[in-house]
Design a protein around this ligand. Structure first.
Ligand code: BEZ
Ligand code: FE
Length: 283
């Protein structure tokens, strides 16, 4: 295998994978190598350009730590996160649609009683959020576990405030026996995704803005149902049609209604997809 050229090198690389034990690894690596090579040939990638590409990826690695994940951000702005979500969450009509998880979920958020204020000191216009969790048959899903998180009025999540040592505007609640949930938080506002690093440079170089429309994140789990990871967006947001990470779904847009006392009310019902039957072993 000598004197490979820019065309024959693709099959040569694939041949090296012949001993791979896992057929899924072969499938993924074959497609990845083919597309990468085709990409380089199509744009006639120069050595200087590929050096720049490697420098970009290196910067993504250097800026990533336990609070910041530049590779998730990169996947998000390239639409790859949302493509993967869309492909893997093809639910029956009527189910609440899924959208991007994002990098700001934190495991082990504080637990709250229904009706509690999860803002825990985060600044923003007070908001009441309520609704019901149902199954596709319309029956309430009792006691669903709801993990909720959002940014504050400055468009920052608690984990982005270096000085903060406790959770704010995030929490875990359980819907009641009739599937009803209710909690207090703050008005969601549009915010810019972190753009002071390589992904921000990429957005700038391609003439894109870093803004996400205002939203509240939910991860909802209940026995017998698929876990739902989604947002509820604000209907009056200017960025609904240009979300930096392509996460908006029409069905996830709700009115955040201003109340006479200046607070805000969001009502949104979730419909969970039944979990698929576990595969049964033959007897
Ligand atoms: C978020 O909604 O938290 C988010 C999603 C993708 C990239 C950055 C932030
Ligand atoms: Fe978010």
């Amino acid at each position: 295998m000598r004197n490979l050229n820019h065309l024959t090198i693709t099959e040569a690389v694939l041949a090296r994978h012949a001993e791979t034990a896992d057929p899924r690894v072969i499938e993924i690596m074959t497609s990845l190598v083919r597309h990468l090579h085709d990409f380089a040939r199509e744009v006639r990638l120069t050595e200087a350009e590929w050096t720049k590409g490697i420098e970009f990826l290196t910067r993504c690695g250097h800026i990533t730590d336990d609070k910041r994940q530049e590779f998730i951000l990169l996947s998000d702005v390239l639409g790859l996160s949302m493509l993967t979500v869309a492909m893997n969450n093809d639910k029956p009509a009527g189910c609440t649609e899924a959208t991007v998880f994002g990098p700001f979920h934190v495991r082990g958020a504080p637990h709250y009683e229904l009706g509690a204020d999860i803002s825990n000191g985060a600044r923003g216009v007070p908001c009441l959020v309520r609704g019901t969790v149902r199954g596709i048959d319309g029956a309430p899903v009792p006691h669903a576990r709801m993990d909720v998180w959002q940014s504050d009025e400055d468009g920052l999540y608690d984990v982005q405030h270096a000085e903060l040592d406790h959770a704010q505007a995030r929490g875990i609640l359980h819907a009641d026996a009739q599937g009803r949930y209710e909690f207090r938080s703050i008005l969601a506002v549009p915010y810019a995704i972190p753009h002071d690093g390589p992904v921000g440079d990429l957005l700038k170089a391609t003439g894109r803005h870093p803004w996400r429309p205002a939203h509240l994140h939910f991860m909802i789990e209940a026995p017998g149902h698929e876990t739902l990871i989604t947002h509820v967006f604000r209907s009056d947001d200017a960025y609904l049609d240009s979300d930096a990470v392509f996460g908006v779904r029409q069905s996830l847009i709700a009115e955040w209604a201003e109340q006479p006392d200046g607070t805000c009310l969001v009502e949104y019902d979730f419909v969970l997809n039944p979990a698929s039957e576990p595969a049964r072993g033959g007897s």
